[in-house]
Design a protein around this ligand. Structure first.
Ligand SMILES: NS(=O)(=O)c1ccc(Cc2ccc([N+](=O)[O-])cc2)cc1
Ligand SMILES: [Zn+2]
Length: 259
């Protein structure tokens, strides 16, 4: 895929190099469908979210994220490639300035207009997200591609609140929100060992990328693009193209849960 050209440069959005020296399991990657290996031992992923654990939504200056109360195993995923329970901490998105790009992962070099990341930490082995974040198998992130189509009624509740967090560090309380409504109904996924796609780029993530995309409409993506990287009072910079370029797969294998 074309964006490899950027691999050794410095991406405009990033101060630090976009690959870390010696990083052997960096994310995102291009998933070459024919190179993925069906693993019949992969179990179905079990997703059990409690809408009441939803706290608030805020603009962290790079994306907007919805955070969850994670002091007990109320919203968890387990099964799939995972050995333990992983507790939901937050979800956020990556998107482009236009519909032609925006996702972090690609499939056979196909780019999607946006990508959802649901971030979980291993609550059996660690006592907090911060602790898990630096450990191998500390985190599990579910990636869901967004494609242009019908209006997404579940997403609309978040979209309606985005204008209230236009600027960096703005926060809005959310009442119940069930992130399961953002997942495709098809259980199929790919999985591989990778990293955070933003600093500190920790190589602690088991990635679970859903094979099927969910549909959102153009107006919903336009509201994402209305957000700002910048705090109130500073020169406005639209929050777009907040994705990391593709990273080399190195000696990794992507497994599929489907034949
Ligand atoms: N895009 S992603 O790989 O799913 C991703 C998931 C979670 C995070 C959150 C995060 C991870 C680490 C830190 N830190 O160490 O300061 C701050 C924020 C950052 C990036
Ligand atoms: Zn992300």
């Amino acid at each position: 895929c074309a964006s490899y050209r950027l691999r050794d440069g410095v991406h405009p959005l990033w101060q630090s190099p976009i690959t870390i020296p010696g990083g052997r399991r960096q994310s995102p990657i291009n998933i070459q469908w024919k190179d993925s290996v069906y693993d019949p031992h992969l179990k179905p992923l079990e997703i059990r979210y409690d809408p009441a654990t939803c706290l608030h939504m805020w603009n962290n200056g790079y994306s907007f994220l919805v955070e969850f109360e994670d002091s007990v195993d109320k919203s968890i995923i387990t099964g799939g490639p995972l050995e333990n329970n992983y507790r939901l901490k937050q979800f956020h998105f990556h998107w482009g300035a236009v519909n032609e790009w925006g996702s972090e992962h690609t499939v056979d070099c196909k780019v999607f207009p946006a990508e959802l990341h649901l971030v979980h930490w291993n609550s059996c082995k660690f006592s907090s997200f911060e602790e898990a974040l630096m450990e191998e198998n500390g985190l599990a992130v579910i990636g869901v591609f967004l494609k242009l189509g019908a209006n997404h009624s579940g997403l609309q509740k978040l979209v309606d609140a985005l204008p209230s967090i236009k600027h960096k560090d703005a926060l809005v309380e959310l009442d119940e929100f069930d992130p399961s409504c953002l997942l495709p109904s098809c259980p199929d996924y790919w999985t591989y060992a990778g990293s955070l796609t933003t600093p500190p780029l920790s190589e602690s993530v088991t990635w679970i990328i859903k094979k099927n995309a969910v549909e959102v409409d153009e107006d919903q993506l336009e509201v994402f693009r209305m957000l700002l990287f910048t705090p109130s009072g500073e020169e406005e910079k639209r929050m777009v193209d907040n994705f990391r370029p593709l990273q080399p797969i190195m000696d990794r294998t992507v497994r599929s849960s489907f034949p």
